[in-house]
Ligand binder design. Structure first.
Ligand code: ADP
Ligand code: MG
Length: 696
């Protein structure tokens, strides 16, 4: 097989050409490979050819016969109707097409023809049967041509304007025929043997143009063995790439930290609370990993409020005591500022210097970072800017990892020489998806909340119940608690008719004249923001009116109410994150969802999921079910290649098999030198994202 057959533009396939290629491009089909992976969305069974004598009315049937007569008729209203009369020896049937007079040239009297469509009785003309706009097949030379539109299981593709089903099918047939006999099997034989999956070419032929004896049901469900083979290929490309990335790092020499734990223990003892069992376990896992001479690559998963930050702080101290610098990157300035404040507070009287580095900060501590004066840097993605240089960065922590892509993770890593990397996420994701998204990471799970937390109670309200909500907030604030009120926008805009934070603040000051109301949004200067956050944290602000800038990470334990205005506009992961801002202290907390207008079914389902479940894993699964993996929790930003055929919501067992096989292959043959075909396929799959098999 020529190595670039898959990359050949479909334009050069016989019978396609530039004009049709442009139509295909609209469907995302540019190369042969694109076309092969463009699977039919469903199938129609047109296998049984009926004798005309045996037809039953109003059913979809296929008939075969010879053309007896044909003509184009002009109706009084200017319509052109092409009519064809067919005889199969048992009876006559008329085919009728509207406004396609060119068909007169397609059919020849005496030729064999197949028609598929819904048949009905036609009494007027006396023939007995007619069929409107049937799909058809002609056999001009009778030279054994394979029929593609009738008398078989026919593929139905997603098409686009200007491209009909019939033309699409014919093009797909040309493309498939053009590669027939040329698609060499690249999957190692042992993999095929273990998985029992069918061959490559066979699978592509079958899913596009199934054979006579195909099993229609498994085709329609898209899980015929041939479908599974194609999905498996995509998954094994994904997993092989992850296996190579992981292995490539395992071979690197990293830092073996020898912090002895003195500083870690000291700060741990000074904490105002005792670590939970889960925190202690995860801390140990990380410290062990850091002691090993290979670079650590570890994920901490833990639901909102499970206490990941303190674990991060302790392991950063381990790096510092070993003589290295550590950096933590957060997705928002507010969160970075908060981490900075907390860490400075916890490290009072300890000889460790912490600095803050964010984009809007004027005095940047770049000098101290470069000469090693600064031990711990807390920042945003400003950390990965070019001018930031570390003296000896040994540990990188990435908070709220789902907000960053694979590539940003890599750029921060490059600031050191094979530093250890710890990524943290509150985003609980179903196991199958975790395997792919974080497939190159080791995982630690904090599966326990700090003691004394009461689950947050969540309720859904509509506009007319607004005053009840205000009464409720008034009661809570009078009890000494604090509240967040979150809006989807900062200012009123003409396009979106939404309640928004700035005008709402004024309105709320009238509603709660006795309370202190603060405003927080992303367009404020960092200094102002800091002031507001500090005041809220210190209890000097009762109600914080905000945008979703408080969504991730913000931690004020005395706040017990989270009111989300226009809750219908937020996704499940956002709502779950927002709710995670409360329920951080010992008091009962509330999440109040205020919805406006008529809700779509989907929005209503989403809000009901929030009311029903508090567990992040459960919510992730519901989100997965409602929206599918592409949208889920920002996986789009994950930096992984897109999947064309594999549906991660359904791929469970195949994904696990693909992962096992991929890791097994890479284990024994790290550069896949013994499977060049598969290697090429893996490279092609990852091409736009990264170079998988670096030769250096
Ligand atoms: P997240 O995992 O969502 O990042 P944080 O690290 O912000 O959670 O922690 C949430 C809150 O719980 C913080 O106020 C933190 O000080 C507190 N916390 C963390 N660990 C414990 C613990 N073991 N006992 C009590 N409170 C804790
Ligand atoms: Mg956090």
């Amino acid at each position: 097989m020529p190595p670039d057959l898959y990359d050949k533009p479909v334009q050069y396939v016989k019978g396609i050409g530039p004009k049709r290629a442009r139509l295909l491009a609209r469907l995302g089909i540019k190369t042969i490979l694109d076309a092969l992976y463009y699977l039919p969305s469903r199938y129609e069974d047109r296998r049984n050819i009926k004798s005309i004598a045996d037809l039953s009315p109003e059913t979809f049937q296929t008939v075969e016969g010879r053309v007896v007569a044909k003509e184009v008729q002009n109706t009084r209203r200017g319509l052109k109707i092409f009519e064809l009369l067919l005889n199969d020896g048992t009876g006559l049937i008329k085919g009728k097409w509207f406004n396609q007079p060119y068909l007169d040239r397609v059919f020849k009297v005496g030729e064999r023809v197949l028609l598929s469509g819904t048949v009905r009785r036609d009494y007027r003309w006396g023939v007995g049967w007619e069929i409107l706009n049937p799909d058809y097949e002609t056999f001009p030379e009778e030279n054994g041509k394979e029929n593609i539109h009738t008398s078989r299981i026919v593929p139905v593709y997603r098409v686009t304007e200007g491209l009909g089903q019939r033309a699409m099918r014919a093009m797909m047939f040309s493309i498939i025929s053009s590669v027939s006999g040329r698609l060499a099997e690249y999957m190692p034989e042992e993999v095929l043997r273990r998985t029992g999956l069918p061959g490559l070419e066979e699978s592509f032929l079958y899913v596009h143009f199934p054979g006579e004896d195909a099993d229609l049901e498994s085709l329609q469900r898209m899980d015929s063995p041939y479908h599974r083979r194609i999905v498996f290929d995509e998954l094994i490309c994904l997993e092989t790439g992850l296996a190579v990335l992981k292995r490539g790092r395992a071979g690197l020499r990293g830092i073996a930290f020898d912090g002895e734990g003195g500083l870690v223990r000291k700060v741990q003892e000074r904490l105002p609370f005792e670590l939970t069992g889960a925190q202690k376990r995860v801390l140990r896992e990380i410290l062990n990993d850091m002691a090993a001479p290979r670079p650590m690559n570890r994920l901490i998963q833990g639901d909102v409020g499970s206490g990941k930050t303190v674990v991060a702080l302790l392991v950063m101290l381990n790096a510092v005591q070993s003589g290295y610098q550590a950096a933590i990157m957060a997705p928002t300035e507010i969160l970075a500022e908060q981490h900075y404040r907390n860490m400075t507070e916890l490290l009072k009287g300890v000889d460790v210097r912490v600095a803050l580095l964010t984009g809007s900060l004027k005095d940047r501590p770049t000098e101290g970072i470069k000469n090693g004066d600064v031990h711990i840097v807390v920042g945003t993605h400003a950390l990965i800017q070019e001018e930031v240089e570390f003296r000896n960065l040994g540990l990188v922590v990435i908070d709220e990892q789902h907000r960053f892509g694979v590539l940003q993770r890599a750029s921060l890593r490059k600031k050191g020489l094979n530093p250890d990397v710890l990524v943290m996420t509150a985003t609980p994701i179903p196991r199958t998806l975790a395997l792919t998204l974080y497939g190159d990471l080791d995982t630690s799970v904090i599966d326990e909340l700090p003691p004394g937390r009461k689950p947050v109670k969540t309720r859904l309200f509509f506009e007319k119940e607004k005053s009840r909500l205000y009464d409720f907030i008034r009661d809570e604030v009078r009890k000494g608690r604090q509240a967040y009120i979150v809006y989807p926008a900062i200012e009123e805009s003409e396009k979106l008719n939404l309640r928004s934070a700035i005008p709402a603040r004024d309105a709320l000051e009238r509603i709660f004249p006795k309370f202190r109301i603060g405003l927080l949004h992303g367009r404020m200067k960092p200094g102002e923001r800091e002031e507001v956050m500090n005041a809220f944290k210190a209890g000097e602000v009762d109600i914080l009116v905000s945008t979703t800038v408080v969504e991730v990470g913000v931690d004020v334990p005395n706040a017990t109410v989270m009111l989300v205005v226009h809750a219908e506009r937020f996704g499940l992961s956002q709502l779950h994150q927002l709710r995670g801002r409360v329920g951080r202290g010992a008091e009962q907390s509330w999440c109040l969802l205020l919805a406006y207008g008529r809700l779509s079914d989907e929005a209503l389902q989403r809000l009901r999921v929030m009311v029903k479940y508090t567990d992040g894993f459960r919510i992730a699964e519901e989100d997965f079910r409602l929206r599918g993996p592409g949208e889920l929790f920002g996986t789009r930003q994950s930096g992984l290649p897109d999947l064309r055929v594999a549906d991660l919501t359904r791929a469970g067992d195949l994904l696990i098999q693909a992962r096992q096989e991929a890791f097994r292959l890479v284990e024994r043959d790290p550069l896949l030198e013994r499977s060049p075909g598969l290697r090429g396929q893996v490279e092609r799959f990852w091409r736009e994202k990264m170079e998988i098999f670096r030769t250096s």
